[in-house]
Design a protein around this ligand. Structure first.
Ligand code: A2P
Ligand code: MG
Ligand code: MG
Ligand code: MG
Length: 308
């Protein structure tokens, strides 16, 4: 009997379609100009765009995939209200993604094995400052504890937005994958959570250039588009919804994302209670050897401990 597309492919196709709508919602909030900023904690903001985009994404997934686990960043009452306007419930599945051949290992995945990690707006701090190029929507499809598919959506790319996607074992799309320059080492790191400790850590890597931009999704895009060799964030702060989609897209392209010890983060639903990426974020371009890079990181850490 002919079978329809595998669940993971349908979930990725939904992610692309839903991200386009959430992108519209974010652009509308920005255009109206009333951002409705709330301070959740120190250096941790939320806006009407974060709340509304999350409601659209979560309501759409719950409607189509009632047995899939969804973990989304915003936990307040307003963001969790799934009584959304009818046109926010997206049922389209991006046809290009549905046409992909699903990797054999993912063919038989069932809803109960899946957790979708949602960051409705990554780079909120930058969004509130008008640095709209740093903003992305992140939807990561995870099977058991691995990020296997994801969408990084840039709502303000060329004023209309674009979806960059990846399916591990299949490939990436929506952008042109580029290698970083061979002549100099470029590292990308935080703009809004920078401090002396991070500065010292990165100085130890002796980079030729350090680029500071907002957003976890945006920093992984710097790697994917050949503007940086690695994303270096030697600090806690990012959560699983910040890294699930970027990790999936990067891994589908041949790159890697781990903690400071070179260990992968787990994206299983159990992490909902403790989603913090406690040991930092270290991501590398496909052509940049992650194991060697992590060895360099480990040497720097030992040196820092000796000198302290
Ligand atoms: N200390 C923190 N508190 C809250 N969110 C953080 C923190 N550090 C990082 N993040 C999240 O990780 C993203 C990447 O961090 P950075 O830009 O500093 O490198 C931020 O945009 C933010 O996501 P969000 O904007 O979705 O809240
Ligand atoms: Mg946030
Ligand atoms: Mg985020
Ligand atoms: Mg966010």
């Amino acid at each position: 009997m002919a079978q329809g597309p595998a669940l993971v492919c349908r979930l990725l196709a939904s992610s692309v379609s839903v991200a386009h709508k959430a992108g519209n919602i974010i652009r509308d909030v920005m255009q109206k100009g009333d951002l409705g900023i709330i301070e959740k904690g120190e250096n941790d903001l939320q806006t009407e765009a974060d709340r509304s985009a999350q409601r659209c994404i979560v309501a759409s997934f719950k409607n189509l995939y009632p047995n899939v686990n969804i973990v989304a960043e915003e936990v307040d009452k307003i963001s969790q209200n799934l009584d959304v306007p009818a046109d926010w419930l997206i049922t389209d599945l991006d046809p290009k993604i549905l046409d992909l051949e699903c990797p054999k290992s993912l063919l038989n995945v069932t809803e109960d094995q899946v957790t979708i990690w949602v960051d409705p707006l990554d780079g909120t701090s930058e969004f509130t400052k008008g640095l709209i190029d740093h903003v992305t929507i992140l939807i990561g499809v995870c099977v058991n504890d691995e990020a296997v598919a994801g969408v990084i959506y840039q709502p303000f790319w060329q004023n209309r937005g674009r979806a960059l996607w990846g399916l591990v074992g299949s490939g990436v799309g929506g952008f042109e994958l580029k290698e970083p320059p061979q002549t100099k080492k470029v590292y990308v790191t935080t703009r809004s959570h920078y401090d002396k400790a991070i500065e010292k850590f990165i100085d130890g890597l002796k980079p030729c250039e350090v680029i500071r931009v907002g957003g976890a999704g945006n920093k992984v895009l710097y790697i994917l588009e050949g503007k940086a060799h690695a994303y270096v964030y030697p600090s806690a702060g990012c959560k699983r919804w910040d890294t699930a989609a970027p990790e999936a897209v990067l891994r589908a392209a041949g790159g890697e994302l781990t903690d400071v010890h070179g260990n992968k983060y787990s994206y299983s639903k159990e992490n909902e209670k403790d989603p913090l990426n406690k040991y930092g974020v270290f991501a590398t371009a496909p052509s940049y050897n992650h194991t060697e890079f992590m060895k360099l990181i480990s040497d720097i850490q030992s040196k820092n401990v000796k000198n302290d």
